[in-house]
Every structure is written in C-alpha cells, then in structure tokens.
Design a protein around this ligand. Structure first.
Ligand code: MN
Ligand code: MN
Length: 275
C-alpha cells in the first residue's frame, strides 16, 4: 500500500516541520539527520497509518507535511524556525517539529507565545535543560528552558522523566517555579491536567535507553514507550503543538528509536485533534 503524504496545508490540522539543526549540541552532532528517519518510520511499511485512538493519518484534514527547513544557509536559524512555526500557527495548523537538538524548542515557543496569551509546557526529558549556560553557550541544548522561563514565554512548565538533576539546575528550577517530577518519584497515575493550551516537548532521552537507545545522551532508568504514550493519551488539556527532539540516527543503527519517535508522533497527532 502506498502511503503518499498529503502536502496541501489546507488538508491538515497537524503539520510536521522538519528542523535539521544540531549546532547547539554539547557532545555529539547527528540529530540534524533525524527528520527524514522519523518520516520514513511514520509512513513506511514497518507499521500502518492508524493511531491507537482510531484515526487514520491519511484521512483528509488530519495531517500534512511542511518538509524540512533549509537551515544550512540560514544566517539566523532560530529566526527561521520561529518564522516557520509562526506561519503554520497563522494558518490555523498545529505544528509538530521534528528535531534537531533540544535548543530548537526556544524559538518554537517564542512563536507560540506571540499567539497564545496563556500557554503551558510539558517537557519529557532525562535532563532539566535549565543551565544558565553550558560550555559558554547560552543557546546550548542544555539551556532552552532557562531562556523560556526567564523570558516568561510560558505560564507553567512541568518536567517529567528527570533523572540527571544538578545543584545549579535545581536552583534554577526553584527560581523559575518549574514543576519537576523526577523519575524516582514517577507514578503511572500522574493524571496531568492543564487549564491553558499545552505544548509537549519530547526529548527522546526521556525514555529509557532500552526503548530509545539512539540518542546522544542515554541516561538509564527512564520512561518506557508505553508510559510516554499513556502520558500523552491521558493528559487533560488542549494540545496546540509539540516537538520530538534529540534522535541521533548515528546512534540508532537498527532504526528502533526512529520507530519509537514515529509512534509518539502518531499519538501526538491524534491528541491534537481532541479539544
Ligand atoms: Mn535530554
Ligand atoms: Mn533535552
């Protein structure tokens, strides 16, 4: 069966935007190669196009693909990301960005904040990414949530899967009022509820490396694929956008992490259709 992607924006409520950008990675590059791998897993013969909640991705109005941003030659990559996400929002679409490293969430959320008076952010991650700076880089993938919070770009930040907290980031979390649910305290009945529009930022290293080994910073003791899907499916609130970041194909020879990313993407698309 051929899985031809709808590309006409008017047909899609959710639009995927590839963000091949890994220049703010602190340790190893490679996440810029991820977007095509996730698309391949989403629409290839390995699975089918139905979500667990009974929606076909190929049904009219479910989803479209804006392709990958050309950031190679961009003078201001963050500006280009913010503009592309803003354009999608202005068309009434729900943008889901495929990274790239986690630094891209900062310009994405800037675009959302210009258009949403109230906004909550759910971050799935092994790491809080709240460093004031990392290796001298304030735009590092270890810093985006410090930038987001100090600029007041969201009203509420909830972090789940955290298991690599540091003293400095713990102080930052307290300073910014971040709700950190550390992995050691995780419960399958968290029942997260948001009374303002919510954005989900999913760093694939939030999952245990047994499920998602293809990341630059694997951290044992994390969430299962089912726990992440269940967080998405049981979340109370209006999902208005999401990103899936930090897949590193160079560390994912079997392609299993791309398949996990595609599975999460499918259920995010399904969730964004619920009011
Ligand atoms: Mn991480
Ligand atoms: Mn991260």
């Amino acid at each position: 069966m051929s899985n031809d992607l709808p590309t006409d924006a008017s047909r899609g409520a959710t639009t995927i935007i590839g963000v091949p950008f890994d220049r703010n990675s602190s340790y190893m590059r490679g996440t810029a190669m991820a977007p095509p791998r996730i698309r391949e897993a989403l629409l290839g013969p390995v699975s089918n196009v139905w979500t667990e909640t009974g929606i076909s991705l190929l049904q009219d109005g479910v989803f479209c693909d804006a392709g990958d941003l050309d950031l190679e030659s961009a003078e201001d990559p963050f500006g280009a990301i913010e503009e592309a996400v803003g354009d999608a929002l202005d068309k009434g679409l729900v943008p889901v960005c495929l990274g790239g490293d986690h630094s891209i969430t900062y310009p994405i959320i800037k675009a959302f904040r210009e258009r949403y008076e109230r906004l909550s952010l759910l971050q799935i991650d092994a790491h809080p990414d709240l460093y004031d700076e990392f290796d001298g880089n304030r735009m590092s993938h270890a810093c985006p949530f410090a930038r987001i919070m100090e600029e007041g770009l969201v009203d509420r930040l909830v972090q789940v899967g955290i298991r690599a907290m540091t003293g400095h980031q713990s102080e930052q979390a307290a300073k910014f009022g971040v709700e950190v649910i550390e992995m050691k305290d995780h419960s399958d009945t968290l029942g997260l509820s948001f009374d303002s529009p919510v954005y989900i930022s999913c760093d694939l290293d939030g999952l245990d490396p047994a499920f998602a080994p293809g990341v630059s910073h694997p951290e044992p003791g994390g969430l299962s694929t089912r726990q992440v899907l269940s967080l998405i499916q049981t979340l109370q609130g209006q999902l208005v956008g999401a990103d899936i970041v930090e897949l590193n194909p160079a560390r994912d020879p079997s392609g299993i992490t791309a398949i996990v990313a595609a599975k999460i993407l499918k259920e995010l698309i399904a969730k964004s259709r619920q009011a």
